[in-house]
Design a protein around this ligand. Sequence first.
Ligand code: SF4
Length: 92
Amino acid sequence: AKVEEKLFQNRYLVDAGRPHIKVKAHTKPSASLLAMTTLCPAGCYTQTESGQVEVAADGCLECGTCRIVTRKTGEIEWNYPRGGFGVLYKFG
Ligand code: SF4
């Protein structure tokens, strides 16, 4: 099966009001942060019309890519979701 079909079988529990990833306030994203709009496998990162990068952590696969890519720029805060929340993997 394609990976999208497998991903569809994972469940995601949103911890309302407590997103586990936040983008810090900025006027212009670094190239690393901007790259997340194409790198995130779950499509969580988007760029606004005014150029800032936003994250919607719902559906995040906790792959850690954004944490690694922005580790030098410090533009995001990344924590694992609280126990019981976040992605519930059926495969892997
Ligand atoms: Fe996307 Fe992975 Fe970062 Fe989650 S941890 S927002 S899936 S890049």
